[in-house]
Structure formats: structure tokens, C-alpha cells
Design a protein around this ligand. Structure first.
Ligand code: BTN
Length: 251
């Protein structure tokens, strides 16, 4: 294991780990801004108990520990992480960047990054949040089950990128947006997120949550980062969670 200092972050870099989120979760004494990165994950996890395919050197697999105040509005954190990734990708001048609510980053409608925000057990008045970020950087192909829906940065640039350079750029973006959030400028996160996401306004979507579906048109984000969806009967639904799919006219 190698320690790399990138203030405010301290990076613990491993050749291989099961899951960077699981490793960091087990470090009860880790301080805020501890960052765990692995070249490869053998048990990378996605949301909804899915696997996050993490072959060596092809993606960035990173987890960051945040220790915000217990009273803070935590729901903005996952939007913040997606925003930081999207802005990092934008530095590579890639076309077709998008964010699907709440935190899937897409290139040309395919997923290039997934984010898994998890709480870790802690004492009273103490919150430990692990923000796990997986970015597909250099993959040239994906397993059959992902072939239609996943993409990598390299596939769009036509050349590979240095994982550690991307990592450091991303950490700078994370530090910037986290500072905004800590200083109570959560509004700027919402504004920027909505600029970068085609899903924010006027999209015909269906949101699935616990087997129930809400179909309607997106009307932006509420103050806490929920997605507002207006159904045909004019009712405004505030979605704090759920899986969003875009509906195209005629489908
Ligand atoms: C998703 O399902 O979209 C979330 C994927 C999150 C993957 C990252 S990779 C680094 C960190 N460690 C994990 O086991 N998962 C997250």
C-alpha cells in the first residue's frame, strides 16, 4: 500500500482490494478526507446489490470518507459527487456528457460512472459517509450484460487516459464542491447539476421506486435534491429516491 498526499485528501493506494467502500468502512478511526483507491476490485459493489466490474487499470475505483455535521442535508452529497465527476470528464472535452438523476454520469446516453454513497456506523452526533465512485476510463469492451449500456472515456476520446491524473483532477473537483456544501452554498450544487443534466427539466420519464412507477415530466430539483416530476393529472411528485428511465415519444 502506498500513501499519496493530495490535500485535503490522503490517498491510500492499493493494487487490489475487494471493494474500496468496504475497506474504508472497516477503518473506524479514519479521518475525514481519507481516500482509498485500488487498481482493481475483486468484489466491487454497485447500487441495488449489483456488481461493479473493476478490471485492473481500466477504471478508477475510489472511496472517500466524509464526516459532515449530523444535521447536514446529506441528500445533496450524491449529486455533488456526480457533479464533480461530470466536471472532471468535461476537462477531457468529451461530447455528450449528461447526469441521470441522482448520480449516474453518462456519455452519449451510456453509463461511464456510478456512485455509491453509504453511511458507516458511528457514535451519536457523528456521521461517517463513504462516497464510492467508479469511473470507466480505459475499457475497450465490456461483459455482454453491460455491452449495450456502459461506456468508457477512452472509447469516446480514441485514446487511453492516465488513471492517476483523472483521480487527482476528480479529487480537486470533489474538494471544491464539498467546500461549497460545507459552507452552506448547497444552492450552487443544485444550479450546476441542473445545467449539466438533460434530465432536470422537461423530460418525459418514469421513476421506479419499490415496484411503483411515477410517469411524468421532470420539473427540476427541490432544495434537498429530490427530482420533481409532474404527472399528467398535474400533480407534482417529489422523488427522494428511485430509478429514472427516459421515455421517448411514440414508445
Ligand atoms: C452504481 O451502481 O452505479 C454504483 C457503482 C459504484 C462503484 C464504486 S467503485 C469504488 C467503490 N467501491 C465499490 O465497491 N463500489 C464503489
Amino acid at each position: 500500500m502506498e500513501i499519496i498526499h493530495r490535500p485535503p485528501f490522503t490517498i491510500h493506494h492499493f493494487a487490489t482490494l475487494g471493494s474500496t467502500n468496504d475497506y474504508l468502512k472497516a477503518q473506524a478511526d479514519a479521518s475525514e478526507f481519507t481516500c482509498v483507491v485500488a487498481d482493481e476490485q475483486t468484489a466491487g459493489r454497485g447500487r441495488h446489490t449489483r456488481t461493479w466490474v473493476s478490471p485492473p487499470g481500466e477504471g478508477l475505483y475510489l472511496s472517500v470518507l466524509l464526516r459532515p455535521e449530523a444535521t447536514a442535508n446529506l441528500s445533496l452529497l450524491s449529486l455533488l459527487a456526480a457533479l464533480a465527476v461530470a466536471e472532471t470528464l468535461a476537462q477531457y472535452n468529451v461530447a455528450g456528457l449528461d447526469i441521470k438523476w441522482p448520480n449516474d454520469v453518462l456519455i452519449a446516453e451510456r453509463k461511464v460512472c456510478g456512485i455509491l454513497v453509504e453511511g458507516a456506523s458511528s457514535g451519536a452526533n457523528e456521521v461517517r459517509i463513504i462516497v464510492g465512485i467508479g469511473v470507466n476510463l480505459n475499457q475497450q469492451n465490456f461483459p455482454p450484460e453491460l455491452a449495450e449500456t456502459a461506456t468508457s472515456l477512452a472509447l469516446h476520446l480514441g485514446h487511453t487516459v492516465a488513471v492517476d491524473v483523472f483521480r487527482d483532477r476528480l479529487l480537486m473537483q470533489l474538494a471544491h464542491w464539498y467546500a461549497q456544501w460545507r459552507h452552506g452554498v448547497g444552492q450552487s450544487i443544485l444550479v450546476r447539476w441542473q445545467q449539466l443534466s438533460s434530465y432536470a427539466h422537461g423530460q418525459q420519464v418514469v421513476v421506479t421506486l419499490d415496484g411503483e412507477q411515477v410517469e411524468g415530466v421532470t420539473m427540476g430539483l427541490s432544495k434537498d435534491g429530490s427530482l420533481l416530476v409532474q404527472t399528467e393529472d398535474g400533480e407534482l411528485h417529489t422523488m427522494l429516491a428511485g430509478e429514472v428511465s427516459r421515455l421517448r415519444k411514440g414508445l
